[in-house]
Write a protein that binds this ligand. Structure first.
Ligand code: HEC
Ligand code: HEC
Ligand code: HEC
Ligand code: HEC
Ligand code: HEC
Length: 426
């Protein structure tokens, strides 16, 4: 109701110049409106000349052009809105976690961002945005300035960085919608773990197999910040690829890069109310009155995809078998890292005691493993010799945080898990 009143007030204020007649006189700020610092976010990039407010802001919020209400309702249950981490609003975080920070990045050109290993770099912004709003309609679209819902930033070719020694930055060749997603769903380079002069954590490196090569890990967040594993997995790189194993990728990886598939095909498929698909961005959702997850397979089963080659269902092999296999392998690898008789061989003891590599919990409902290496932070450094073996810990997190249980790129996730399990059992 409050929002509706704000809109009404705004319509009343701007109505004279914006809603009436073919072309009213330009307002005092000119045709596109003020962009001054006190103009407020909605107004920050101005209104298109002659914009008709009621195209989108109709009584009862029911417009018949864009059906904004339907998207807004779906969006309420999107992780962007629901999860609430938009308090991550300082220079190193705001570029992805806030509406305002992303706007700053787009004004500079997101695709031009550069990454440096041991420096704060990548998706950085120049100021803290303490008063920030969550990623929302105006992050991805620019309805007031253009009067439509085209995507705000369609400049492609985002660079996807990797922290693993020997990997080079990949330029992502996917279509513009997917490019928009990976502007934020990419690794972040500003974590403390490879920068700074003290407590410098070791760079994952599969070639460090010597008897004195020591990995020192000071942080529980020795990973790609949970935002990078998805796109890296989809591209089939970014894991620690131990020598002597084969690493391959599934068709999803090829299709994403040659523009026949994008994130939205699966995550924004034909919506199921406000539960899954569309602007919920969800594949998995909990139906009313249920405690188990259902999935929106509309994106999988289109005619050009699995619609013609055997539909995906919650029990089909390409879904159930793959997900069970990955869940099982993740759990197996995690258990090894808790087992002193196995990883004790590679671990430097503390006060005569073995420090497990990780602590973990396994969900009794989903069988999912949650990782929290909280035993090894600060001065309680985890030391692994030879250093290459620590790559298994990196790969465990790749598999957990790519977050699709192998659906993004079954072959690559399987390769990393199999190689890591075999390496630790040697
Ligand atoms: C092309 C569609 C479109 C047009 C045309 C449009 N708006 Fe909006 N406007 C939006 C959307 C989408 C939102 C965000 C709604 C949401 O968050 O669910 C919004 C939000 C707003 C808000 C903020 C409301 C709040 O939630 O705080 C104001 C104020 C506003 N618009 C005023 C106007 C005015 C005045 C005009 C005409 C000059 C106008 N809009 C024209 C799409 C439009
Ligand atoms: C490159 C863009 C990007 C930057 C920069 C970034 N994040 Fe994130 N962050 C994300 C994305 C995307 C997710 C959601 C990933 C998912 O759920 O798959 C996320 C998730 C999170 C989460 C929830 C998951 C968790 O680990 O508990 C927290 C907390 C978080 N970020 C904190 C931060 C902080 C603090 C900073 C700055 C120091 C930061 N982020 C910088 C993109 C970014
Ligand atoms: C994270 C990015 C993102 C956010 C946030 C977002 N959208 Fe979208 N929106 C998209 C993408 C991508 C498409 C194209 C969908 C597709 O390819 O099926 C789209 C499509 C649309 C369309 C259809 C465009 C057309 O004319 O065909 C409308 C309307 C729309 N969005 C409204 C909204 C509204 C309203 C909000 C806020 C409640 C919102 N969007 C938030 C990414 C976003
Ligand atoms: C402006 C940056 C940004 C853009 C663009 C963006 N996202 Fe996100 N996304 C985030 C952040 C940040 C989070 C985590 C929110 C939180 O933890 O509060 C997130 C969360 C999500 C989640 C929920 C994750 C979870 O753990 O439940 C999904 C799914 C998602 N995004 C998909 C997409 C898709 C698909 C696109 C492209 C159409 C997209 N996002 C575009 C920043 C972005
Ligand atoms: C082939 C379909 C497909 C494509 C393409 C795809 N995803 Fe996913 N993604 C999934 C599935 C399936 C899940 C697991 C959903 C679940 O378990 O609820 C998932 C999970 C996620 C999650 C974890 C949050 C969640 O809702 O579980 C994020 C974030 C995410 N994907 C982002 C992306 C981004 C960004 C892209 C594009 C770079 C992308 N995905 C491309 C199918 C896909």
């Amino acid at each position: 109701m409050k929002n509706f009143l704000t809109v009404l007030t705004a319509i009343a204020l701007f109505g004279l110049i914006a809603c009436e007649g073919p072309a009213g006189p330009a307002g005092k700020d000119g045709a596109t409106g003020a962009t001054g610092k006190d103009a407020g976010f909605v107004y920050f990039e101005g209104f298109k000349a002659d914009l008709k407010c009621a195209t989108c802001h109709a009584p009862n919020d029911v417009d018949t052009t864009f059906r904004v209400i339907t998207k807004s309702t779906q969006y309420e249950t999107s992780g962007h809105k629901e999860l609430g981490n938009y308090d991550r609003n300082t220079t190193t975080c705001a570029g992805c976690h806030t509406n305002e920070g992303f706007f700053e990045r787009t004004t500079r050109g997101v695709a031009n961002e550069t990454f440096t290993l041991n420096a704060a770099s990548g998706p950085m912004v120049n100021q803290n945005y303490y008063s920030s709003s969550p990623v929302g309609c105006f992050t991805c679209h620019t309805p007031h300035k253009r009067g439509d819902f085209t995507l705000r930033d369609t400049v492609g070719q985002v660079k996807i960085f990797s922290l693993v020694a020997g990997n080079t930055t990949k330029t992502f060749t996917g279509n513009t919608t997917a490019q928009l997603c990976v502007k934020c769903h990419q690794p972040r380079m500003t974590s403390q773990f490879l920068i700074g002069t003290t407590n410098l954590s070791w760079q994952p490196d599969p070639t460090k197999t010597g008897a004195t090569d020591t990995a020192k890990i000071y942080t529980s967040r020795w990973n790609n910040h949970v935002s990078g594993e998805g796109i890296q997995t989809l591209l089939g790189f970014g894991g620690v690829e131990f020598a002597g194993y084969t690493y391959s990728s599934s068709y999803h990886s090829t299709a994403l890069q040659n523009k026949t598939l994008d994130c939205a095909d699966c995550h924004m498929a034909t919506p199921i109310g406000n539960k899954g698909g569309g602007h919920t961005f969800k594949v998995g959702y909990i139906p009313e009155g249920s405690t188990t997850t259902s999935y929106n397979f509309a994106g999988c089963n289109t005619t050009s995809c699995h619609g013609t080659s055997g539909a995906i269902t919650s029990t089909s092999a390409k879904w159930a078998t793959v997900r069970a296999e990955m869940t099982g392998k993740i759990r197996q690898l995690a258990s090894i890292m808790m087992d002193s008789t196995v990883v004790g061989k590679w671990t430097v003891k503390k006060a005569g005691k073995f420090n497990p590599w990780i602590t973990m919990t396994v969900s009794t409902t989903t069988g999912d493993t949650s990782y929290a290496a909280n035993a090894n932070t600060g001065t309680n450094v985890l030391q692994i010799i030879p250093a290459a073996k620590a790559g298994a810990l990196w790969n465990l997190q790749m598999a957990i945080y790519e977050a699709s249980h192998g659906i993004h790129n079954t072959a690559y996730t399987r390769s990393l898990l199999d190689a890591s399990i075999a390496e630790l059992k040697k």
